[in-house]
Design a protein around this ligand. Structure first.
Ligand code: SPV
Ligand code: MG
Length: 431
């Protein structure tokens, strides 16, 4: 009897999967692999149902001899162990980022004469509707809100990209890259005060009011499923912050990060060049405590952002504050720096980790962009935020286009670097 392997990466079984099994059985005894959460979130949507349930779904399929867990995106281990004569998969993996997986399987099978069977991908109205329902579920507040905590548990580091509109939300949601045989995507989105303000042509001084900031969140949430981390600036008055917490929680935001400053807030990257005042430890702790008391679910997170290094108050002050803020109930600590040399960030993280082994740590590597995610991970960082790179790449591109149209008195010279009209028309999914 020949052996057949197929890997499932789905929350529901629809006619497409039944067809895969039906085809697979024609070639031999079928083993189904269920892709682990950790592997799956690197190139697919976050699972809408837990691993055990997905495993049971596969076990309940007729015609399946065995169900196993596939822990890696690439098939090296599973093919090494099973040595299947055939690997069956929908032919949608022949194009796009998933092609890297097919290439990997092809190399592995060819080493011993195994074969790939590409089954025509089933895509009809039923499948489309079932898929859309899963996506809708992932975007609902009760599912989205808790996802950041889930990701912190399963990701070596939660990769977070700045968003400030539906369009930038779509970029964070959909961008998947294949690089040297690895697939990757962003895990979460950061609604930056700097970029949200900049998109509105306003300075980053808490001038854009909460109603507008919430509107931005809503624009992003309407077209995405990934969790949102909100840049709450100073949190404002503690008496106002409690309302912000309630609203964010209700919308399905996963976390708010508030910084320990008072008075006119200036962007941290000005450092001591702009006059900024750090809050007292007691007052900021009170704000955290009031926020935590206002919170209704266990999912939401209030992260305290320490500005001691930005304001040159020293490492000991930063650590003193970290202890106080965690004591006050903060669910995580963000440490910020504007130095090009990341050593003060590393020192803070190392010393913090010696005292707190599991309190989440957040870092924003804007001025020390040379630091890799692996390096941050090795210092105990849980969340990395790429806080402004989308805005900073879009602005010069748009400005250059405006300049060139003015210069040439026509649009032809800019055309070749523009997205084709056909692509922009199909960029947005219609219901
Ligand atoms: C933001 O993105 O608005 C931030 C990070 O708060 S920073 O601009 O570095 O202060
Ligand atoms: Mg900000």
């Amino acid at each position: 009897m020949k052996t057949v392997y197929t890997c499932f990466c789905t929350d529901i079984i629809h006619e497409g999967h039944l067809n895969i099994i039906h085809e697979a059985r024609k070639y031999g005894e079928v083993t189904v692999g269920v892709l682990s959460d950790e592997a799956r979130i690197r190139f697919n949507r976050f699972p809408a149902v837990g691993f055990e349930e997905r495993f049971r779904l596969a076990q309940n399929l007729d015609g399946v001899k065995e169900v196993i867990i596939q822990k890696d995106i690439m098939y090296d281990k599973v093919i090494g162990e099973l040595h299947p004569d055939y690997v069956v998969h929908g032919d949608n993996w022949k194009e796009g980022p998933m092609k890297a997986i097919r290439d990997n399987v092809e190399v592995l099978l060819s080493a011993y004469g195994g074969k790939i069977i590409d089954v025509p991908y089933t895509y009809n109205e039923n499948v489309r509707r079932a898929d859309a329902r899963v996506k809708e579920k992932l975007s609902m507040p009760e599912y989205r809100r808790k996802r950041l905590r889930q990701l912190i548990k399963i990701c070596p580091i939660v990769k977070t990209l700045e968003v400030h509109s539906g369009l930038t939300g779509l970029i964070a949601e959909k961008t998947i890259v294949e690089n040297q045989g690895e697939l990757d995507q962003f895990d979460a989105m950061w609604v930056s005060s700097l970029c949200d303000s900049t998109a509105k042509g306003k300075p980053d001084i808490e001038l854009v009011d909460m109603t507008s900031r919430f509107r931005t969140i809503d624009d992003v949430m309407e077209v995405t499923t990934k969790p949102v981390i909100f840049d709450g600036d100073t949190g404002g008055l503690a008496e106002h912050f409690v309302y912000t917490v309630r609203s964010l929680e209700r919308m399905g935001v996963s976390a708010v990060i508030i910084e320990d400053k008072v008075g006119l807030k200036r962007n941290s990257l000005f450092g001591t060049e702009a006059s900024q005042t750090q809050d007292s430890i007691e007052h900021f702790c009170e704000k955290i405590q009031m926020g935590k008391r206002a919170q209704l679910t266990d999912d939401f997170m209030i992260v305290a952002r320490i500005e001691s290094l930005i304001l040159e108050q020293g490492m000991d002050d930063a650590l003193l504050r970290a202890r106080a803020y965690v004591g006050a109930g903060a669910d995580g600590i963000m440490i910020h720096s504007r130095k090009r040399d990341p050593s003060e960030i590393f020192e803070f993280c190392d010393r913090f980790r010696r005292e707190y082994d599991s309190v989440p740590l957040v870092v924003v590597p804007t001025s020390f962009g040379q630091v890799t995610e692996k390096k941050l991970e090795s210092h105990g960082v849980n969340i990395v935020i790429y806080a402004n790179q989308l805005t900073r790449s879009a602005f010069p591109a748009m400005e250059q286009t405006a300049r060139d149209i003015l210069k040439y008195h026509r649009a032809q010279e800019v055309e070749e670097r523009l997205m084709p009209i056909k692509e922009i028309l199909t960029l947005i999914d219609e219901l």
